[in-house]
Design a protein around this ligand. Structure first.
Ligand code: KIV
Ligand code: ZN
Length: 509
């Protein structure tokens, strides 16, 4: 296939995880990393190793497991961060250190409180340090979208000389406009004398809804790497969405003239996995991965489609993996078939966890005759970790006309059985109050949402509950064919995550 190669750098596990409430456990990160490898991404930014011991361990596990994609850790331009990053990725088949420092006047003056010359010196030292530990080093000029172009030329030339192989130009605050951003990339590539020694990359945030447009404009202007996330997850309004970038380059190859190694049929399964792990639901009309992305409602469209599907369809649903959510298992399926399908979905469970999941699968199969891939993913996400403080047991809920709904919840707290009960304005409200009558967590509910995992009224409801306590935000999830039970499980899951929250450094603060 002709066209320049476009490197796809996925930062779902790092920038995506910086979305408030999107934090993932190490095991969840590994599952997503495996899905990203199947998808064929070139570089997986697995996290920020210096953030916390948990982040370090997750990167290390991903580096030990993933063979095809490059595994990258972010690090500030500080020796201790860079050493931590190198240690975390040391067993990766293809390790990369991504180091960064802010280059805009506002960031240098107010955040770093450093003179531009000091920033250049620190950037050079960081790249040299990283190159002493790994061959593949990426350097980012944070807030490059608002940085002085002459200063960018100076710092980039020096960091390429110091050994950076990829130079990333982030639009950190999502301020750029496509034409202007493309001009910036083109100017840098033209003016920097050693620009041919590095790949120019872009990393666009979506504050003005322009992240994908800015990234594609930059690709047209010569960028050879795009940093993006599944479902556009990321800080604030998110990052450029991988699925939109990939499908735009594929559908408009005539214009963009680049190719990438993504297996597009893995896009929808990966999107669903990320959404169900993080609890960040995909809006129905989201391009490529939204439930309505390929639905043609109007009679005129349907008529056109029947005559020739290209009248209204520029991509085929099956090319992005919409058909893979096929009916997979039923009541009579055995443990081997169950495990084999989980493996195909990238889920590998230890014997004990598999036994436990199989029991829950049989319970689900009793309630629901057709079990789809989405059901299996929800079922696995719904598992209870042995170390969890709170474990759901049973729920009784009564809603009788003329009386306030009443809930009685049975759950265990550190192995001891507890029962809570409360009235509420509805069954879910009563259930949450019943849990809190025992736990008294002091947490604030920031978000409650229910999503049908599959079609039909026998679908499992997947509930997301976002709780905040002392500045920590967590997203709990739970699934069940009874949405009040799913809600109770999600609330309990969020409480478990809150009780396990740890101090974690943010790379950009
Ligand atoms: O948005 C940003 O500038 C970043 C950098 C750390 C690459 O995420
Ligand atoms: Zn970012």
């Amino acid at each position: 296939m002709s066209g320049r190669n476009l490197v796809i750098f996925d930062t779902t596990l790092r920038d995506g995880e910086q979305s408030p409430g999107a934090s993932m456990t190490g095991e969840e990160k590994l599952r997503i990393a495996k899905a990203l490898e199947r998808l064929g991404v070139d570089v997986i930014e697995a996290g920020f190793a210096a953030a916390s011991p948990g982040d370090f361990a997750a990167i290390q596990q991903i580096a030990n497991t993933i063979k095809k994609s490059t595994i990258c850790s972010l690090s500030r331009a500080l020796d201790k961060d860079i050493e931590r990053a190198a240690e975390a990725i040391k067993n990766a088949a293809r390790p990369r250190i991504h180091t960064f420092i802010a280059t805009s006047p506002i960031h240098m003056q107010h955040k770093l409180r450093m003179e531009p010359d000091q920033v250049v010196e620190q950037a050079i030292a960081a790249v040299k340090k990283a190159r002493s530990l790994v061959d593949d080093v990426e350097f980012s000029c944070e807030d490059a979208g608002r940085s002085d172009i002459d200063f960018l030329c100076r710092i980039i030339e020096k960091t390429i000389d110091a050994g950076a192989r990829t130079i990333n130009i982030p639009d950190t605050v999502g301020y750029a406009i496509p034409e202007e951003f493309a001009d910036r990339i083109r100017t840098l590539i033209e003016r920097i004398p050693n620009a041919d020694k590095a790949i120019f990359s872009v990393h666009c945030h979506n504050d003005l809804g322009l992240a994908v447009a800015n990234s594609l404009a930059a690709v047209k202007a010569g960028a050879g790497q795009v940093e993006c996330t599944i479902n556009g997850l990321g800080e604030r309004a998110g990052n450029a969405s991988l699925e939109e970038i990939v499908m735009a380059t594929r559908t408009r190859k005539d214009f963009l003239d680049v190719t990438c190694g993504i297996d597009t049929t893995q896009i929808v399964p990966t999107s669903k996995l990320v959404s169900s792990i993080t609890g960040f639901q995909v809006q129905r009309n989201k391009a490529i991965v939204g439930a309505n992305a390929f639905a043609h409602e109007s009679g005129i469209h349907q008529d056109g489609m029947l005559k020739n599907r290209e009248t209204y369809e520029i991509m085929r649903a099956e090319d992005v993996g919409w058909t893979t959510n096929r009916l997979t298992l039923g009541k009579l399926s055995g443990r081997n078939a169950f495990n084999a399908r989980l493996n195909e979905l990238g889920v590998h469970l230890e014997q004990e966890a598999l036994n436990e999941a199989f029991v829950r699968f049989k319970t689900l199969a009793d309630k629901k005759t057709e079990i789809f891939d989405e059901d299996l993913i929800a079922l696995v996400n719904d598992s209870v970790a042995a170390a969890d403080t709170y474990k759901f047991d049973a729920l009784e809920c009564h809603s009788v006309p003329g009386h306030k709904p009443h809930a009685v919840i049975h759950f265990s707290v550190d192995g001891c059985e507890s029962t809570g009960e409360a009235d509420g304005s509805g069954p879910v409200d009563a259930t949450f109050k019943a849990i809190e009558s025992v736990v008294e967590s002091g947490a604030h509910l920031l978000l409650y949402s229910v999503n049908a995992v599959t079609e039909g009224t026998d679908s499992q409801g997947e509930v997301s509950v976002r709780l905040e306590h002392s500045g920590h935000i967590v997203n709990g999830s739970g699934a069940d064919t009874d949405i009040v039970v799913a809600s109770a499980k999600a609330y309990i899951n969020a409480l478990n995550l809150l009780s396990g929250t740890r101090e974690r450094r943010h790379p950009q603060v």
